[in-house]
Design a protein around this ligand. Structure first.
Ligand code: PRP
Length: 215
């Protein structure tokens, strides 16, 4: 039997996904060893292989077929824009992609002025301002702690993920606009979907049942 290879975005999401998989009998003990520096894990009997990757790289592994399946946030899927099938919403890691900033930035935003937008998601920000708001902006790519940008005067607003809203609140910022709701998704390589149709469809169906039961 050929292995089905699953790429997981490192971190909490990977753990929660393994939790769902264990409920349908797909386990991987090897993965629980925290001391281990191993990057790839197998479940021989069931014919599964798992590896942990940086979230941004998960869609790349799946597009090229190095992984048949990927589990990653919708934010990363949209930002990376890879050719793959999105087949299941895992209902985990729910949050929103938003335009945020100080209340005082609302006016310039609403007036469609040329503003600066700091973000870890330049493609999402560009698509939103170009095609939804029809507004010309300058996009500044950052790699983290995006909330700093409007505070220190790097940009008027940010495009970032808001989960509980406490990072914004604690830094005197507010949500100005909502771009899209986000959660973790399963993506599948386009060739694998055909070649392994039976196993992958069963996996999707079994996972969907667990997810629905969790409510
Ligand atoms: C994310 C995001 C926000 C924060 C939102 O950052 O970029 O900063 O979480 O969560 P909250 O609404 O619950 O406060 P993350 O912690 O992933 O780190 P980063 O700043 O390095 O991107």
């Amino acid at each position: 039997m050929r292995y089905i290879t699953i790429a997981l975005a490192k971190g909490r999401l990977a753990k929660q996904t393994m939790g769902i998989l264990s409920q349908i009998g797909i386990t991987c003990e090897e993965m629980e060893d925290k001391e281990s520096r191993k990057l790839i894990f197998t479940n021989e009997e069931m014919g599964y292989r798992f590896f942990l990757a940086k979230a941004n790289d998960v869609p790349t592994y799946v597009e090229y077929g190095a992984a048949d399946i990927g589990i990653v946030g919708k934010d990363t899927i949209v930002e990376e824009g890879r050719k793959l099938y999105e087949v299941l919403d895992l209902d985990l890691g729910k949050c929103r992609m938003c335009v945020a900033g100080p209340e005082s930035a609302r006016e310039a935003l609403d007036a469609g002025r040329m503003i600066r937008v700091a973000t870890k998601y330049p493609a999402i920000a560009k698509e939103y301002f170009n095609n939804v708001r029809h507004q010309t902006v300058e996009i500044i790519k950052l790699n983290g702690s995006i909330e700093l940008a409007p505070i220190v005067g790097l940009s008027e607003v940010i495009v970032d993920i808001v989960e509980t809203g406490s990072t914004l609140r604690e830094n005197g910022l507010v949500v100005l606009e909502e771009i899209m709701p986000l959660s973790a998704r399963m993506v599948v390589n386009r060739v694998s979907m055909k070649m392994e149709q039976e196993r992958i469809s069963k996996l999707i169906g079994d996972m969907r049942e667990v997810i629905e039961k969790r409510g």
